[in-house]
Write a protein that binds this ligand. Sequence first.
Ligand SMILES: [Zn+2]
Length: 177
Amino acid sequence: MKTPLLKFFVRCAESVPCPCCGEQLSVIGSRRRKIKTRSGQTRVLIIRRLRCAQCRRIHHELPDCIVPYKRYESSCIECVVLEGSEPTDVAADNATLYRLRVWFITILPYFLSCLNAIAIRLGQDPVEEPSVPTLSAHQRIGLYVGHTSGWLARIVRPLVNTNSWVQTRSAFLSGNA
Ligand SMILES: [Zn+2]
């Protein structure tokens, strides 16, 4: 017997300009996006597809629970990737947890340098990290976006909205270093 999947319709309140060229986006349809919760349950989100009036690229709405190209929801990844956290309540096998941690710790320096680049572009003060070589990932994240719940979404959103997100670790290593 198949368990019925829960569906959620995503409607972001804010109107985001095209990440590539800054022009207006218009809704052209929707698509289904599966996401796994902490308990291992699959939810189906209905995400709106948006097209740019200028460059014609297709984008998708980004609810805070989604990290692009990741199967687990953001809050779940949050508690897996920080060292010292014991994700005993996340229904995933050890290999999956390990891959998530490696992905995150590899890409974190890129994320943080992007956040600083975005801050400078917006005329804000970039984060100046103390010149202590032993800052942990946890401490660095705290300096940029704080530790309160939702910190990963606060990293993801500005990167996606400025077209700075990279799809995989290998793309990161080969293309945007
Ligand atoms: Zn565009």
